[in-house]
Ligand binder design. Structure first.
Ligand SMILES: [Zn+2]
Length: 251
């Protein structure tokens, strides 16, 4: 798409100002130069947006591009094209590639490849631990140097509290968040659904809410201890929300 176009009749939503109005929006040289009830401009592409939303570029903080290692499913180019098609201008890529993004070299590869694509920005999220196995720490400093914006083992919890503590200390030092998955694998082992009346009735081994909540509590304590910004993903229990509320009230 070129750098000039006129978007007609869409519902323009701007969270930064709270504005929501049906109007025309003019873009010139890649910049918004006018918003008005009716704009007339000859010689540039017109997008009819009646009944559609016109919003600032969306940011997806948790995507799984399959490059490197699984390019037969998706490459950085096709992933970014899909993001652009969905209205996303920035994406944060999880580290469960092959090899796992646990070194500066893999982060560098992703950033360099994305630079060649005109479109959304790609921000790598490095692994917390080598191979996302929860044992030794990944090369956090090198990954940050190459452009990693956060660290995460994605859906794998870092079961060892000492390892998580060190990871948070590094993250705090580098000024990046730890994006964690809270699950005590010993408590959840073998479970398929939420543990409760339904799991008992169906005879399916359940996963107790406490398997998430004990780890949420642990990571909140470690974040407090280390002064680290954490983002707790995959939350599913009421107790976890109450714990986070409690931690926020403490500051
Ligand atoms: Zn994920």
């Amino acid at each position: 798409m070129g750098k000039d176009w006129l978007i007609k009749g869409g519902t323009i939503i701007d969270p930064s100002t709270g504005a929501q109005e049906v109007a025309d929006l003019l873009v010139e040289g890649g910049r918004i130069t006018g918003i008005a009830p009716s704009i007339a401009k000859e010689g540039i592409p017109v997008i009819e947006a009646r009944g559609l939303w016109v919003v600032p570029g969306l940011i997806d903080i948790h995507v799984h591009f399959r490059d490197p290692g699984y390019e037969y499913k998706e490459t950085i180019e096709t992933g970014l094209a899909a993001a652009a098609a969905g209205g996303f201008t920035q994406v944060c890529c999880m580290a469960n590639t092959l090899p796992v993004n646990d070194t500066g070299a893999i982060t560098f590869y992703m950033v360099e490849k994305a630079k060649k694509v005109e479109g959304p920005l790609l921000h790598p999220v490095g692994a917390i631990t080598k191979g996302q196995k929860g044992e030794g720490l990944a090369e956090i400093g090198d990954m940050v140097d190459q452009g990693a914006v956060a660290i995460s083992d994605d859906g794998n919890p870092v079961m060892n509290s000492e390892v998580m503590r060190r990871a948070m200390e590094y993250a705090s030092h580098f000024g990046i968040p730890v994006v964690d998955h809270c699950e005590d694998k010993n408590l959840s082992a073998g479970g398929s659904i939420h543990e409760g009346e339904v799991s008992a009735r169906l005879g399916i081994k359940g996963i107790p809410a406490a398997s998430e909540e004990v780890m949420v509590a642990r990571d909140l304590c470690l974040a407090r201890q280390t002064g680290t910004h954490i983002h707790i993903q995959h939350l599913s229990s009421r107790g976890s929300v109450e714990l986070i509320k409690w931690a926020k009230e403490l500051g």
